[in-house]
Design a protein around this ligand. Structure first.
Ligand SMILES: *Cc1c(COP(=O)(O)O)cnc(C)c1O
Length: 322
């Protein structure tokens, strides 16, 4: 039975746009706003709401009753899909990179509670996730399912991300729009939405993020979108690598939350805002600029990390760009 009254995609997302009154921005003459996608849904949070919307609609239209996806043990995508699947009456399977012991972490505990079946694979196997032979093996073992790629990357994810800026007041009035990038799917959707005359800057959460240029171009092409240009990637925001934290990052996130009331996550949004603020401090953002920072969510991943981040942040003794 489809429990449509629980459908997370029933209502249109109307994310809040809020000003960020930091002293750093005031001194540099930069007007900075944040788009709170982290608040669009309590469980299907951030960009994952947009990335899953059409992918799930498509599966349901094709009569698919089961969906399989891939992700890390703290994946926001896996978490969001598990919830959405249960709400829509679709069975979910998560192929998770790492050991079965991760099943007890808060992300995967939620996923299991929402009915997701978890299949743990080692890192070498996980790397084959796009290999048709690996998918066939999974079919042999698990039966029928539709696939949503890791992170919801694909033309239908792009289609949802195009709508992120739809309701934003005077979106063309922003000179610069910043977003964190993992697979680059969200960035591709924003590029396709062409919020002229804004420039788009994507902050890679991964070390060696140059692959994003090719992946974004390929996704735009697959979705039938030509590339209007006007975008770039910031490849040095990863802070040592994907999901690596540091005393600077932890102290920055705590101080940012203290000053603005906005919680950031350490994997994506924390690294983006830290790097953006460093750019402002170094006067790399022209005075008079109006900037939009997109909060893509990910706060569920903070659970269980609070103490580590608190201790790391406390150990930091340097300056903070605020
Ligand atoms: C998944 C995720 C991203 C990365 O989105 P991509 O479309 O894969 O680039 C950014 N921020 C948060 C909080 C995420 O969960």
């Amino acid at each position: 039975m489809i429990q449509s009254h629980f459908n997370p995609f029933d209502s249109v997302a109307v994310p809040v746009l809020q000003p960020l009154p930091l002293e750093l921005y005031r001194r540099a003459g930069v007007d900075v706003w944040m788009l709170r996608l982290d608040q669009v849904h309590p469980q299907v949070s951030g960009n994952k709401w947009y990335k899953l919307k059409y992918a799930l609609q498509d599966l349901m239209a094709r009569g698919e009753r089961r969906v399989l996806t891939f992700g890390g043990a703290y994946s926001n995508h896996v978490h969001a899909l598990a919830f959405a699947g249960q709400a829509l009456g679709i069975e979910t399977v998560g192929v998770i990179r790492g050991e079965p012991a991760y099943a007890a972490n808060p992300t995967l505990s939620d996923a299991r509670a929402w009915g997701m079946q978890l299949e743990f694979v080692d890192r070498a196997t996980y790397r084959n996730k796009q290999d048709p032979a690996f998918e066939q093996q999974l079919h042999n073992r698990l039966g029928n399912f539709g696939v949503i790629a890791e992170g919801g990357f694909g033309p239908l994810g792009l289609m949802g991300c195009r709508e992120m800026l739809a309701g934003v007041e005077d979106v063309a009035g922003f000179d610069l729009i910043c977003v964190a990038a993992g697979t680059g799917g969200t960035m591709a959707g924003l590029i396709a939405a062409r919020p002229e005359p804004s420039r788009l800057l994507g902050f890679s959460a991964l070390k060696g993020g140059d692959f994003l240029y090719a992946d974004i171009a390929a996704l735009l092409q697959l979705a039938g979108e030509d590339d209007p240009g006007g975008w770039a990637l910031q490849l040095d925001a990863h802070g040592g690598g994907y999901a690596r934290s540091s005393p600077l990052l932890a102290a920055f996130m705590a101080a940012f939350q203290h000053s603005t009331g906005v919680a950031l996550d350490p994997v994506y949004t924390g690294k983006m805002v830290l790097r953006f603020n460093q750019m402002v401090a170094q006067r790399e953002i022209a005075a008079g600029s109006r900037v939009l920072l997109i909060h893509t969510g990910g706060l569920q991943g903070l659970r269980g990390m609070e103490k580590t981040l608190y201790d790391q942040g406390n150990a930091y003794r340097g300056e903070l760009p605020l």
